[in-house]
Design a protein around this ligand. Structure first.
Ligand code: FE2
Length: 428
């Protein structure tokens, strides 16, 4: 006897009329038109059944702190970092845990079941690390949280000095943080930025860990730390385990240089995470007009064979005042900023918040194949493009075969003579 049978679903790859069968938390069958006894049978009515949304880049220690202790007036990355520095001494573990758990509730309701979050390791108390490890433990039954040891103030630049900061970062890893982070463009000089990449990649190589660095998050066309990141990845044999996050300077780089850079990134099997909501608001702040968009070169990276995901990065914090954990909103913004308006481009934007992000995190058991975890989302949309267009309602969210969230169907009622009284927003 099956636990769950979902019939008449459409999958993101376009397969329609599909039945997905679940037993013991795993997908045991994905086929056309299967009918078998099950404890629960659900008719998807041709709607999209997708693997869960995945956010490959987030800052959960800062989330939902908007306005504390004040609001970012300039809207720049640098004022955001300064503001976070003002907030850090005021943080309490209880409040941080509470805000993070609230965000995880939002995430699950939106079908977002895996998040890679950077956690600041520059605080002497490592309070955010302790808090997020506790959150990770508490949400584990319904959400995968992966932590990155992120030296927000610069591992070489930070006020405690390089030895202390390296020590804090290592302590965070020893406590159970999963991934080595960095922020080379924020170090004092270009040379120091390069040194930080070398040090941190060597640390990851020694310990068999993944790397995810905030890299070149500026409008400076000469910020080229991603080149060093690719070099160190290749030198240390970290292929496929290293991610460059943001990479916004690539937007402003010389085209010839980028034509040399992309093959080097592909050779190192770097992953890239663009953060469209945040970088369309943070970048170009020093421009008059025209104002640069600032997001990294997503279509070109994909064409070069590089795995690109979109991250949410921030929700209601010193850097960004909006957001709700909706990865379709992220995909929607990424699609617009990168002008990925072709059918293929729009579908790639859906992949950027699902399968590509899962690859960045090296998630096991992810997908809609036999043997994968029975974790998926039933959307009130017929396909990935409609899902992005409507930022579609998440009708039901399952995690390993268990229903973890549901939202009633959204139907607008019209009171207009001579017109239908229900509006579904689908093309006739
Ligand atoms: Fe970030």
């Amino acid at each position: 006897m099956l636990d769950l049978l979902i019939q008449n679903a459409t999958l993101p790859d376009g397969r329609a009329g599909v039945t997905v069968a679940v037993r013991d938390g795993k997908i045991v069958e994905v086929t056309a038109g299967l009918d078998a006894p099950a404890h629960e049978v659900i008719d998807a009515h041709g709607r999209l059944l997708s693997p869960p949304f995945v956010d490959a880049h987030f800052h959960m220690d800062a989330t939902l702190s908007y306005g504390l202790p004040r609001v970012n007036q300039s809207g720049t990355l640098l004022e955001g970092i300064a503001l976070w520095g003002e907030l850090k001494p005021l943080l309490t573990q209880e409040a941080l845990i509470e805000r993070a758990l609230t965000y995880c509730d939002w995430a699950v309701a939106k079908g977002l079941l895996a998040i890679r979050t950077h956690v600041d390791v520059c605080d002497e108390r490592l309070l955010a690390v302790e808090a997020l490890l506790e959150v990770k433990r508490r949400v584990a039954p319904y959400l995968d949280l992966q932590l990155v040891a992120f030296p927000q103030d610069g591992v070489l630049r930070g006020p405690l000095g390089p030895d202390q900061h390296m020590d804090k970062l290592k302590r965070a890893l020893a406590m159970g943080v999963d991934v080595v982070g960095g922020i080379p463009h924020f170090e004092r000089t270009y040379e120091q930025g390069s040194r930080s990449i070398k040090l941190l990649c060597e640390l990851a190589a020694e310990r068999g860990l993944m790397v995810d660095m905030h890299c070149d998050e500026s409008d400076d066309p000469l910020s080229r730390h991603v080149e060093t990141l690719a070099y160190e990845t290749q030198r240390l044999g970290l292929h496929g385990r290293v991610t460059g996050s943001h990479l916004t300077s690539m937007h402003s780089m010389d085209n010839y240089y980028v034509s040399k850079l992309l093959p080097l990134m592909a050779e190192a099997q770097l992953h890239v995470v663009a953060n469209p909501l945040i970088n369309i608001t943070l970048q170009g702040r020093h421009d008059t007009y025209p104002k640069r968009r600032g997001m990294t070169r997503v279509p070109e990276l994909l064409a070069a064979g590089i795995n690109v995901a979109f991250g949410h990065d921030c929700v209601m914090d010193p850097w960004y005042s909006l957001g709700s954990g909706d990865m379709l909103e992220v995909a929607h913004m990424g699609l617009h900023v990168a002008q990925m308006t072709s059918q293929q481009g729009m579908r790639q934007c859906f992949d950027a918040v699902t399968t590509n992000a899962a690859k960045v995190m090296h998630l096991q058991g992810y997908g809609l194949e036999v043997g994968c975890d029975a974790s998926f989302v039933l959307l009130q949309a017929r396909d990935p493009v409609e899902a992005i267009r409507l930022r579609a309602n998440r009708l039901k969210v399952w995690r390993k075969g268990k229903l973890v969230a549901e939202t009633a169907e959204v139907v607008a009622k019209l009171h207009v003579a001579g017109r239908p009284n229900a509006v579904g927003f689908s093309q006739p």
